[in-house]
Design a protein around this ligand. Structure first.
Ligand SMILES: NC(=O)c1ccc[n+]([C@@H]2O[C@H](COP(=O)([O-])OP(=O)(O)OC[C@H]3O[C@@H](n4cnc5c(N)ncnc54)[C@H](OP(=O)(O)O)[C@@H]3O)[C@@H](O)[C@H]2O)c1
Length: 369
C-alpha cells in the first residue's frame, strides 16, 4: 500500500496497492520495509512547494490497475516524503545485509527499492536515477545500528524533530554569522511550530543572542506561553503590541502574506531582515501590499547545511549539531505528547487535520506501519 496526495488539492488522499515488494531486484538493489515515520506541517509544505522545489520527484507514485491499463500519465497524484525508519528485507547488494535499519527520507508506503552507493559504515546514498538531481541531503540514509549511541527508544523524537531542529540549527548559525542582521529582537511567526521552538531553544541558550518574541494564533497562545522559552508572546491580532522602535529580525514559518505585510508595515525601517522559512498558513500566501521584498530572503535548510559541513568538516559539523539537537530535543521532550497511529488508513484519516492546522502543536504524530 502507499498513500498518495492530490497535487491539486492537498487535503485529498487515496491508498493505492503497490506490488513493489514482489519486484525482482537488479544487481546492487535492496528492498526496504518502511517501519515508522512522523507527520507534521513540514510534510504539507513539501506538497505546497512540491512543483517548485522538486519534492514530488523523490518517490514516483504507482498507478492503479485501471490507470496502468489505460496507459495514463499520473500527474494528478503524488507521494509526500516523510522522515522515518525502515529495514532491509531483501538485498542484492554485497555490502548490505538483511536486517539493516536506516533513518532517512521515505515514502508513506509499505516498501521501497533503493540503490545504495557511496557506502560508509555510518551511511549510504540512494543512487536511484530519478533522485540524482535532487538535494543530496535528502538522499543520505543513516545506518543506525553502526551508531555508538543508537537508542531505539529515542527513534520517535529523531523522526519527528531531527529534520525540523537541524533546520533550526542551520538558522541559528546563519543568523549568528550575519550578526543577527543588526537586530535587537527576533519575531517568530507560527511560533508554536516545532521548527520555531527548536530555534527558540537555541537562541535562549545563547546569552549574546537578541530577545525573542512569539507570534501565534489565539488558539495556540497558551501552549506557547507555557513553553517559557520566548521573552514575549502575542496572538496574531495583537501584532501592534510589538515594540516597533527596536531593530527586528523576522523568522517566518507561516508564509501568511497579509500577516507579513502588516508586520513589515508596523516595523517600518526597523524591519532589518525577514527570513522566509515555512508556509504553515499555506491557504493565506497571497502577498500583502507592505511586504518588504528587498529585505526578505527564502531559507532552504539543505543548502545552509551543506555550507556548514564545508566550513566545519563532517566531524566538526556533527559535533556542533549533535550538541544543539541534544539540548533542543531534550527540552521539547518535556512537553511533547507522542501520538502513535496504526498504518496508512489511520494516517489518511488524520491527514486533513494536519493540512488544516487542527492537530494541537504539542502533539507529535508517529505513523507505525
Ligand atoms: N526552509 C526550510 O528548509 C524548512 C525546513 C524545515 C521546516 N520548514 C518549515 O517550517 C514550517 C513549520 O514546520 P513544522 O513541521 O515545525 O510545523 P508543526 O510543528 O507541525 O507546526 C504546527 C503549527 O503550524 C501552524 N499551522 C499548521 N498548519 C496550519 C494551517 N493549515 N493553518 C494555520 N496554521 C497552521 C500552527 O501554528 P501557529 O498557530 O503558531 O501559526 C500549528 O500549531 C513548515 O512550513 C516547514 O516546511 C522549512
Amino acid at each position: 500500500m502507499e498513500l498518495q496526495i492530490s497535487r491539486k488539492n492537498y487535503t485529498k488522499t487515496r491508498l493505492v496497492s503497490s506490488s513493489v515488494q514482489e519486484n525482482t531486484l537488479a544487481d546492487g538493489e535492496v528492498l526496504l520495509k518502511v517501519d515508522s515515520f512522523a507527520l507534521t506541517a513540514n510534510n504539507i509544505t513539501y506538497a505546497v512547494v512540491g512543483d517548485k522545489l522538486g519534492y514530488w520527484q523523490f518517490f514516483p507514485p504507482q498507478l492503479t490497475v485501471e490507470e496502468a491499463q489505460s496507459n495514463a500519465v499520473n500527474d494528478h497524484w503524488g507521494i509526500l516524503p516523510v522522515w522515518g525508519f525502515a529495514d532491509v528485507v531483501r538485498s542484492n547488494h554485497p555490502d548490505v545485509p538483511i536486517g539493516e535499519r536506516l533513518f532517512g527520507y521515505f515514502p508513506p508506503s509499505s516498501h521501497l527499492i533503493m540503490q545504495p552507493s557511496s557506502l560508509s559504515p555510518s551511511s549510504w546514498i540512494d543512487a536511484s536515477v530519478h533522485r540524482s538531481k535532487l538535494p543530496v541531503g535528502y538522499n543520505i540514509y543513516r545506518r543506525v545500528q553502526a551508531e555508538a549511541n543508537y537508542d531505539k527508544s529515542f527513534e520517535q523524537y529523531r523522526m519527528l524533530l531531527y529534520p525540523l531542529h537541524i533546520t533550526a540549527f542551520s538558522l541559528y548559525n546563519y543568523f549568528k554569522t550575519k550578526n543577527w542582521f543588526g537586530a535587537k529582537q527576533i519575531v517568530m511567526l507560527s511560533a508554536s511550530s516545532k521548527t520555531s521552538t527548536g530555534l527558540a531553544y537555541g537562541v535562549a541558550n545563547d546569552k549574546q543572542a537578541p530577545k525573542q518574541i512569539a507570534l501565534t494564533s489565539s488558539a495556540n497562545k497558551n501552549m506557547v506561553l507555557g513553553l517559557n522559552v520566548y521573552d514575549d508572546t502575542f496572538a496574531y491580532n495583537e501584532l501592534s503590541k510589538i515594540d516597533a522602535s527596536i531593530p527586528t529580525l523576522i523568522v517566518d514559518m507561516s508564509g501568511n502574506g497579509s500577516l507579513l505585510s502588516d508586520l513589515h508595515e508596523h516595523l517600518g525601517d526597523n524591519m532589518m531582515f525577514c527570513s522566509n522559512v515555512g508556509v504553515t498558513h499555506w491557504e493565506d500566501m497571497q502577498p500583502g501590499p507592505h511586504f518588504n521584498a528587498e529585505r526578505s530572503e527564502m531559507f532552504f535548510a539543505p543548502s545552509q547545511l551543506q555550507a556548514l559541513i564545508k566550513e566545519h568538516g563532517m566531524a566538526g559539523f556533527e559535533q556542533l549539531s549533535n550538541a544543539y539537537l541534544k539540548h533542543s530535543i531534550g527540552e521539547s521532550a518535556k512537553w511533547l505528547k507522542m501520538n502513535k497511529l496504526n498504518g496508512l488508513e489511520e494516517m489518511s484519516s488524520i491527514f486533513n487535520d494536519v493540512c488544516n492546522g487542527k492537530v494541537p502543536p504539542e502533539v507529535g504524530l508517529i505513523i507505525q506501519l
